[in-house]
Design a protein around this ligand. Structure first.
Ligand code: TNX
Length: 549
């Protein structure tokens, strides 16, 4: 609380002025409405406190209890009635968010001396309210071990709803593997900031990370899918040109992958699995001989267990053969299993940087592969910018559930894609890539996207409707994402160092209203995340752009 006094005089409100957040309340992402009733006393959580929940609120209450039992050492039973922290999920709950009808993920949170009240129409809304409550408690609330603290929650009224449903973070576990426990730590640390999508980049040139079985193979399909992980689960990025250690090898069994999906779902995070095709496919090509023809581009020998990489970011050298029927058999089988394992609304087919193929061959591939994947999975497809360049000839039905993920390139194609009914997820490399160095002195990371300083202010100062050149309408934006590529990044602590604080900036961009975004206000709120990350054991970069408390 000492640092709070220092900042109290410095709080500069957002453009809206009147609703500036008080310095001792520092919620990220910034809620739509936050009011402090004058003179109201705080709620104090004590040893005898309980969490009150029924029906769909019980699971949300149990999640909160799990964390607070660890940090407070209190028993915190989840009960059906009584005083304490009350969580209500009711599809017809009567409340408004800044005067508007409640959107699906919305919630209201009231705190006064008598207790805490979180009300939402959906469990996801209540979960969001709980993430806000965690940030109203002292930082020690994030501790994995009991701490003696003054567990007070300031009296407040919050009304909140997200601007976009898709607020994503991508982990590249292909270049360097992260195991189930590491992925769970990412889900924990990121869902605190209301991340709603975890995009897993599961296969690339350097490795294949998800078990695919031969079950349900199409008649006559000669491929042994188990070779994907048996061979390419043992390869990873090498360190050429970098100080990084060797990339980590490994893969998820289907049971482990299901465990990730279950863990994510419990925290209202949707998993979007990506297998990158037709480029970035060296790992598949060298595991499956039948995919190699004179038109596929070279499968490299992993030899030492690492795949060569020239250190400058060589990509786009590998490709599936777009003329081969078996290519589509392969793609359909892989994505059908992935969709079944995931149960989410999208599969991501990658589609980036198929440089060696040339445009025409690439368009032929996408034109045939996308409908095949949609038919095999029954869910929507996502692809990187380039896939918009090929999708233009697709027929009826194609655009429903089709999402383009903008990372770089021409805005024209993306705008056209959206105009036809597709949606965009915006993750412009220069404003959201978590693998880029913060400064030239950052010991890990790449530098190609983000020249000079690539710190949280740069990753905060953008809007998904204007970042794509020419602009896209708000209704065409599904949301935002911050991808964490791992050519140079090893394991969860290094990943957290690159993600925080920048991921918090991108997730606020996905959640908060554009007119409420204010870098001075954000920097003050961000500074107060420092002790929370420290208490939680989450690594972060102490950016000189914030005055860490
Ligand atoms: C470009 S972004 C890539 C990735 C690399 C990344 C490194 C995109 C769709 N493709 O293959 O990992 O740059 O920053």
């Amino acid at each position: 609380a000492t640092a709070l006094a220092v900042f109290a005089g410095l709080v500069s409100g957002p453009a809206a002025g009147a609703s500036a957040q008080a310095a001792d309340i520092a919620v990220i992402p910034r809620p739509v409405v936050l009011e402090r009733p004058a003179g109201a006393a705080p709620y104090v959580l004590t040893r005898s406190a309980a969490i009150i929940a029924r029906g769909d609120a019980v699971a949300v209450g149990e999640r909160l209890a799990e964390q607070l039992r660890k940090s407070t050492g209190f028993r915190l039973p989840v009960r059906r009635s009584g005083p304490g922290i009350r969580i209500t999920v009711d599809p017809s709950a009567d409340y408004t968010v800044d005067g508007a009808a409640p959107a699906p993920e919305s919630y209201v949170l009231d705190v006064d001396r008598r207790g805490v009240e979180i009300t939402a129409r959906t469990a996801h809304g209540a979960f969001n309210g709980v993430q806000t409550l965690r940030q109203l408690l002292p930082a020690w609330a994030e501790s994995p071990r009991p701490v003696a603290a003054d567990w007070r929650v300031p009296a407040v009224r919050i009304e909140d709803a997200p601007r976009f449903v898709y607020r994503g973070i991508m982990l590249d576990v292909a270049r360097s593997f992260q195991d189930v426990a590491e992925v769970k730590r990412h889900i924990d640390a990121l869902s605190r900031f209301k991340m709603s999508v975890l995009h897993l980049h599961l296969a690339d040139d350097q490795g294949w990370r998800i078990e695919i079985t031969n079950e349900g193979r199409a008649p006559g399909d000669p491929i042994d899918y188990t070779a994907l992980t048996r061979v390419s689960g043992k390869t990873a990025m090498n360190q050429q040109g970098h100080k990084s250690e060797l990339g980590r090898t490994g893969y998820y069994t289907q049971a482990q992958y299901r465990e990730i999906v279950r863990y994510a779902r419990e925290r209202h995070v949707t998993v979007v699995p990506e297998v990158d095709v037709p480029g970035h496919t060296n790992a598949a090509l060298h595991a499956i001989p039948q995919l190699n023809t004179d038109r596929s581009l070279p499968a490299r020998d992993p030899g030492t267990g690492v795949v060569d990489w020239n250190g400058t970011g060589a990509v786009g050298y590998s490709a599936l053969d777009e003329r081969l029927d078996l290519t589509y058999t392969f793609v359909s089988h892989v994505f059908r299993q992935l969709a079944e394992l995931t149960g989410g609304p999208y599969v991501h087919i990658g589609g980036d940087e198929s440089h060696a193929m040339g445009h025409e061959r690439y368009v032929d591939f996408v034109t045939r592969a996308v409908p095949a994947v949609q038919a095999a999975t029954g869910v929507g497809t996502m692809g990187w910018t380039e896939y918009a360049e090929a999708g233009l000839s697709q027929g009826p039905g194609y655009w429903d559930g089709s999402v383009v993920q903008y990372w770089i390139g021409s805005g024209d194609w993306v705008r056209d894609f959206v105009a036809k009914g597709g949606k965009a997820v915006v993750s412009a490399a220069a404003a959201s890539y978590l693998d880029q160095k913060y400064t030239k002195d950052t010991p890990i990371g790449l530098t190609w996207a983000c020249k000079g300083i690539c710190d949280f202010p740069e990753y905060y100062a953008w809007d998904p409707t204007t970042t794509v050149s020419g602009g896209i309408p708000e209704s065409g934006v599904l949301g935002v994402e911050a991808p964490l590529w791992s050519e140079t990044i090893r394991g969860v602590e290094q990943a957290q160092f690159m993600a925080f604080p920048r991921a918090a900036a991108v997730l606020e961009t996905g959640w908060s209203r554009a007119e409420h975004k204010d870098i001075a206000d954000f920097s003050l709120r961000l500074a107060q995340q420092g002790p929370r990350w420290t208490a939680a054991g989450t690594n972060f970069y102490e950016s000189p752009s914030a005055r860490w408390s």
